[in-house]
Design a protein around this ligand. Structure first.
Ligand code: FAD
Ligand code: DLZ
Ligand code: SF4
Length: 504
């Protein structure tokens, strides 16, 4: 009896459900590089290189461990270019009695496999703390879904950072300590990157040729493409960055794209690391006195809280979720999201770093590119396609709730209790971008005014019907109500002129 065991590009874990009970002598593991997946959005070149190289390394590890692997390369002339086409061809080659696949992480791929003519046994992806069913039980019947309450449940369920029934340190969340600006002269550590080996070098050449017109540079490629290297990256983060992760979690600095962030999401999302071991390593650093509690709790919250929560929201709300547009945003994505060619220094920095590194940290994604898209009323599906393309860690299940829900409020508040809208003052407080900008965050209107200022008030004016009743928006709406009508008119005129200029 032969079982065909299919492993997708983000399922590169030896303990993946599809490999459990694998008979290495008789079963066949199928892995496929397919054109449809490399082009369904115009992925950053580094993202394609990461996935293809990690797939090839994983396949080689399986072969070394005695598995029979059928690996279809992108440049195979007989490659049909799709998962369903390649599964059908593999069935013709191997005549399996059964086909086993771990549930694809994305709605699009799951629907494609389920609609396929070939019957596939789908197994639950057990690499998360919270199953889809568990999340549904927690979410069903709640009026609102809030990460903080979900996170407390997850802390209790896992025992992470718990003393019996109480959170260590006496409180659940140390966020109020995690909003420091980076002091002048403080330099974040140099980051662990991995020089491409022969296999990665071959993939980089393939990507450079075949995806030459995709966004992004390949020069800085240094992502871990094996579990071995991903564990080194984890060790480096825990030792050198975690101690300051909390303090400077929200800080931004020109020329310091990584700050104290983990850079682990690409390895985690494709399965080279698992979330349990990362959280345990962080907890051990605190228990061993190597990192303070505000840093460790803040970091564990990102993985045990936010990452699990966004996945839960995704599967609980899809497919309707992606189609909502609560604020009716319709504007086209400005070209500078690709070129970085804008006088707004903050936007130019984030886009330029994104192009070079396939990375931006959370606050850059949320409060610079996300905030601008929110204030400018850019159509959600265009913003989402951008985020899905440009980051090495981007997969629909995690990108969509973060963009659609957290950054754009396009779900009308399923995910967040209020929009993350901010004027230039916030960016000035949390970064040094404004010092090098043609605009001034302290000028609210008129010549030299930071565009985020009129856009912020214009956003509130335009969305008054939807947002004014939200208690968490009461303060800015009170300020708006107190403004002279001439000032309100000037804000609208300047914002509209700016927005109209984006189309050119
Ligand atoms: P760190 O800041 O060091 O955080 C540690 C880990 O926590 C990350 O590796 C990640 O696994 C997890 N994490 C942190 N915040 C979140 C979050 N909001 N949602 C889910 N996991 C989180 N993350 C992705 O993995 N893929 C995406 O496609 C993605 N798209 C995003 C789009 C927008 C608009 C926003 C605002 C956020 C997005 N995020 C996404 C969340 C977050 O920005 C990234 O996980 C983080 O920047 C990855 O870098 P890091 O590994 O250095 O993370
Ligand atoms: C993102 C991606 C890319 C670029 N290429 C492949 C590929 O060639 N083969 C593959 O198995 N997966 C790839 N992926 C990941 C998939 O698009 C998708 O995210 C996963 O199958 C999860 O649904
Ligand atoms: Fe960005 Fe405004 Fe600051 Fe310029 S002044 S960097 S546009 S926030």
């Amino acid at each position: 009896m032969t079982v065909l065991r299919v492993i997708l590009g983000d399922q590169l874990s030896r303990d993946i459900a599809a490999l459990a009970d694998c008979d290495r002598a008789s079963d066949v593991v199928l892995m496929m590089e397919v054109a449809d997946e490399t082009t369904y959005v115009r992925h950053h070149k580094q993202k394609i290189a990461l996935i293809l190289s990690a797939m090839r390394h994983f396949a080689a590890e399986l072969v070394d461990a005695g598995y029979r692997v059928d690996y279809v390369r992108l440049d195979d002339p007989t490659n049909t270019g799709s998962f369903t086409g390649e599964i059908a061809r593999a069935v013709a080659r191997h005549h399996p009695d059964r086909i086993v696949l771990t549930e694809p992480s994305e709605y699009r791929v799951r629907a494609m496999i389920r609609a396929g003519v070939i019957a596939v046994e789908l197994r639950e992806d057990t690499r998360f703390f919270c199953s889809e069913a568990q999340f549904a039980r927690w979410a069903d019947g709640r009026k609102t879904l809030r990460m903080e309450f979900f996170y407390r449940e997850m802390r209790r369920a896992t025992g992470l950072l718990m003393d019996g029934d109480t959170p260590v340190g006496g409180v659940w969340n140390f966020d109020s300590e995690n909003r420091k600006r980076l002091p002048a002269g403080k330099q974040p550590p140099k980051r662990q990157r991995f020089a491409p080996d022969a296999m990665t070098t071959e993939v980089l050449a393939l990507v450079a040729t075949r995806f030459a017109d995709h966004f992004g540079d390949l020069d800085n490629f240094g992502w871990a493409v094996t579990r071995h290297d991903a564990l080194i990256a984890l060790g480096h983060f825990i030792a050198d960055c975690l101690p300051s992760f909390g303090d400077f979690q929200d800080a931004m600095k020109a020329g310091a794209p990584y700050m104290y962030h983990a850079l682990l999401a690409p390895a985690l999302n494709i399965g080279l690391l698992n979330p349990h071991e990362i959280c345990l390593a962080a907890e051990a650093a605190w228990r061993g006195g190597r990192a303070p509690l505000n840093a460790v709790e803040g970091f564990i919250r990102q993985i045990l809280g936010w990452r699990e929560f966004v996945r839960g929201v995704y599967w609980h709300q899809m497919p309707g979720y992606a189609a909502t547009n609560a604020l009716g945003a319709q504007r086209d994505l400005p070209w500078f999201y690709w070129s970085g060619d804008t006088a707004m220094n903050c936007m130019a920095h984030v886009v330029t770093e994104t192009r070079a590194n396939a990375y931006a940290h959370h606050i850059q994604r949320l409060m610079i590119t996300g905030n601008f898209a929110l204030l400018a009323g850019i159509a959600p599906h265009q913003v989402e396609a951008w985020y899905l393309a440009v980051y090495a860690d981007a997969f629909d299940w995690v990108e969509l709730p973060n963009t659609h829900g957290m950054a754009l409020f396009a779900d009308g508040g399923v995910f967040a209790s209020k929009p993350y809208a901010a004027s230039g003052a916030y960016i000035d407080r949390m970064s040094d971008y404004c010092a090098g900008c043609r605009y001034d965050p302290k000028i609210k209107l008129g010549p030299g005014a930071c565009p985020f200022n009129p856009l912020y008030w214009h956003f509130l004016i335009e969305n008054r019907d939807t947002l004014a009743a939200n208690p968490r928006m009461a303060m800015p709406y009170r300020t708006l109500a107190a403004m002279a009508p001439e000032r309100v008119a000037q804000i609208s005129a300047e914002a509209i002129a700016f927005l109209d200029g984006l189309a050119g």
